[in-house]
Every structure is written in C-alpha cells, then in structure tokens.
Design a protein around this ligand. Structure first.
Ligand SMILES: [Zn+2]
Length: 297
C-alpha cells in the first residue's frame, strides 16, 4: 500500500516535471533547444587608466589586472561569441566556468594596457570597434591582436544612438531632425561596419554591440539580417537568446567579484551607476573624434 502510494506520487511528480520542463523549452526558443544554458557572465569594459582613480567608464588598470588574475586563478576560461553560439546549438559544450571579457569603443588603452594583461594570463578579449574611428595604425593593432586569438566585433560605423530620439549631434546623419535612424540607416551602420572589419581582418565578423545600449526589436531583426550571430547589450539580466546577450560592469575584486558575476549584477561604483551623466560626458569626446575622422586627410 505504502509502495503503491509512493509510486503514484513519483509518477505525478515525474509528469509535473515533464510538463514544466517541456513548457520551459518551448518558451526559451531555438537558442536553447537542447536545454544548454547560454547564460554565462559577460563582462563589459570601456577605457583604462594608469592612475589609481578611475572615472566614468574608465577603470584603473591595476584593478582590471587584479580581476583578470582572479579569473585565471579561480579556474575561469574566457570564451568567444562563436563559442557561445556553438554551445547554444549543441555543437560543442562550454567549459565549466566560462566567462566572456568584452571591451567597447576600441579605446587606445585597450591595446596599450589591457591586452598585455590578457596575453600574460592567457585570456581572450572581445573588442567592439567603431569603424569610422579606426585609422591605419589602429587597423594594424587590430590585425595583430586578432592574429593572437582575440576577437573583433562591430560597434557600428558611427556609434549613433540607433533607436531613440536623442540626437548624438549635428554630425549624425541619423539624427539631423532629432528622429531615430531609419531602417535603412540602421542597416548601413550594421552591414558596412561588418564589411569593413571583415575586409580589414580577413576573417568573419559575427558579433555586434549596441552603441549607447539603444536597441529594440526591429534593430535586433536588422542585426540578424545583416549576418550577426551574437548581439550584445549593456543591460543586466539573464541571457536566454544570442541576440539579447546581457553584460555586466564590475569593479569589485576577489571572492566578491565572483559572487557578483554569479548573480549577474552591475557592481561598479563609478560609471555605469551614473548612467546618463556619464554618457553625456562621453558624447562630446565622440563628437570631437568623429569630426576629426571625417576631416579630409
Ligand atoms: Zn560604445
């Protein structure tokens, strides 16, 4: 009698779990069709400084070095966007402790300060590049780090805010009338930057990061049409799809750092928390750089 009751209870439980998990599989779409979680911590960095104090979107390189040393010592393996795409399709599994280390805007400090740290520790970086800001010297640097296994992705041609009504400035073709970019303009920003980088590097470019973190359903569709396999936001959350990969900014160190990674939370005490204020500071720098890039040489 007791045995029968236990059996029927386990049958009910099994049915419940089968129903629950089949619903979960349907809900998460094709990227998780095999049930493999693609939710790994993806770190996002901007600029670095040799000073002891960082600023908005600038981290002391010594702190970055401590974080990377922690990752290496704690047994993390850095993976690439294509590793993530392959794992989500069941082609090859990710390492047990996978992390992705990404950098936006291709700041000179990436090559000068961050890449040597990554190389020393055998870690791979993913660098999102604004193609209009890359001159010949920068191109040579990109080729050099790509040859060493680092990954180059697109951060569009001009770093426009693609989907909102706030204008980046008068140099923006998308925002001359304070309207967001049209579909055609978004397509150009995504397709042209990809093409430029592929021609420059001679390898496929399959990853994209949104400038200013402005994106919507339509821009994500256009990114897919333009051939991107993975698309990165600067939003915190649980990643379930390859075209909505969330990233975290972190300035904690040690065990606390690992806890922050596990919980996928922004843990920076400067920069990202300041949000819009930091972005508006950066805006004028981009304005200057873009104007300079467009000057006839
Ligand atoms: Zn950016």
């Amino acid at each position: 009698m007791i045995l029968r009751r236990t059996l029927s209870r386990s049958i009910v439980l099994t049915l419940f779990f089968m129903l629950f998990f089949s619903a979960a599989f349907k809900a998460t779409g094709e990227d998780r069709a095999i049930g493999y979680s693609i939710d790994i911590p993806v770190l996002m960095y901007h600029g670095f400084t040799e000073e002891a104090e960082g600023g908005s979107f600038t981290m002391p390189i010594a702190l970055f070095e401590r974080q990377m040393e922690y990752l290496a010592k704690a047994g993390f393996t850095s993976v690439t966007p294509d590793d993530l795409a392959a794992a989500s399709k069941g082609e090859r599994p990710l390492p047990e402790k996978a992390v992705m280390i990404t950098f936006d805007d291709w700041d000179p400090s990436h090559y000068e300060l961050a890449v040597p740290v990554l190389d020393r520790l055998g870690l791979i970086g993913v660098f999102f590049v604004i193609t209009n800001l890359v001159d010949e010297a920068q191109t040579a640097r990109l080729r050099e780090i790509a040859a060493r296994g680092h990954v180059i992705g697109s951060h569009t041609v001009n770093h426009f805010r693609l989907t909102n009504k706030v204008c980046l400035g008068s140099s923006s073709v998308c925002c001359h009338d304070y309207s967001p970019c049209s579909d055609e303009e978004i397509k150009r920003e995504l397709a042209e930057s990809r093409q430029t980088l592929e021609q420059t590097l001679g390898t496929p470019v399959t990853a994209l990061a949104w400038p200013w973190n402005y994106y919507n359903k339509r821009s994500v569709e256009i990114a897919r049409e333009a051939g991107y396999r993975t698309v990165f936001a600067a939003t915190v959350g649980k990643t379930e799809r390859l075209d909505y990969i969330y990233r975290i900014g972190c300035s904690s160190v040690g065990d606390e750092f690992e806890k922050d990674l596990r919980e996928r939370r922004h843990c920076t005490d400067s920069g990202l928390r300041k949000g819009e204020r930091a972005l508006s500071n950066l805006r004028s720098d981009f304005e200057k750089a873009l104007t300079k890039a467009r000057e006839p040489r």
